[in-house]
Design a protein around this ligand. Structure first.
Ligand code: PGA
Length: 252
């Protein structure tokens, strides 16, 4: 039985005051039988870590540097995050791939550094609309997984990871993949991982992201290979995020 996980990717949003209010409401209302995670911008990590201390909500970062340490102005390392009790980190988010030209090679480095520091990487994969229309969805996802997973040092590094399927055309657009479309890709991802290790494939959590809202979460989470969600816009609205977490809890 895979424990559901719902992670809120706040992207570059929020103020100290709005975050304090959001966390206060989440702490009072989120169920504790799923893994609920928030991913704030770096500057708020300390505030979030303090607010969530002794709560059942975990937190993570949206990015890490692909280097251990050194002269990399503006960057933050996995080891630095680890000192603050950070649990998770996004790697390969499509906004990083497209806006900051991150390729699979760089993403593989970040994936391994996260693991090395004891963080759980949430590896994001997904196709563009054009790739879907050209029937390239499976090829693209396989390619994105192949390079990163083949460079992981061992099976436990894979077992520790979470995969997020986020079709690029569904991110922030209000267009969600249908639960059938999402399930098809999740099943393909699990099959692909089974070619590396069957036990890891059975246990790894594969979550869906792309315009998940309270109104569509239930249908998505009802699918056998969808183990939770990566939530952008709706994670900034307390009632929406609480309802999405509740839908994950109800589905499992
Ligand atoms: P969205 O973002 O829920 O706003 O579509 C998801 C994501 O980018 O992780």
């Amino acid at each position: 039985m895979r424990r559901p996980i719902v992670a809120g990717n706040w992207k570059m949003h929020g103020t100290r005051a709005s975050i304090a209010a959001l966390l206060d409401t989440l702490k009072k209302n989120l169920c504790d039988n799923i893994d609920a995670v928030v991913l704030p911008p770096y500057v708020y990590l300390q505030q979030v870590a303090e607010a969530l201390d002794h709560s059942h909500i975990s937190w993570g970062a949206q990015n890490i540097c692909a280097q251990v340490e050194g002269a990399f102005t503006g960057e933050i390392s996995a080891d630095m995050l680890q000192q603050f009790n950070c649990r998770y980190v996004l790697v390969g988010h499509s906004e990083r791939r497209t806006l900051y030209q991150e390729d699979d090679q760089l993403i593989a480095k970040k994936f391994n550094l996260a693991n090395r520091a004891g963080l759980t990487p949430i590896l994001c994969v997904g196709e563009t609309l054009r790739q879907r229309e050209q029937q390239l969805t499976f090829d693209i996802i396989e390619q994105q997984l192949q390079l990163v997973l083949s460079q992981a040092p061992n099976v436990s590094a894979l077992a520790n990871a979470i995969i997020a399927y986020e079709p690029v055309w569904a991110i922030g657009t209000g267009k969600t993949a249908s639960s059938e479309q999402a399930q098809e890709v999740h099943a393909m991802i699990r099959q692909f991982i089974a070619t590396i290790n069957q036990a890891v494939a059975n246990n790894i959590r594969i979550i869906y992201g792309g315009s998940v809202k309270a109104s569509n979460a239930q249908q998505l989470f009802a699918m056998p290979d969808i183990d939770g969600g990566l939530i952008g816009g709706a994670s900034l609205i307390a009632e929406e995020f609480i309802a999405i977490c509740q839908a994950a809890s109800d589905a499992f």
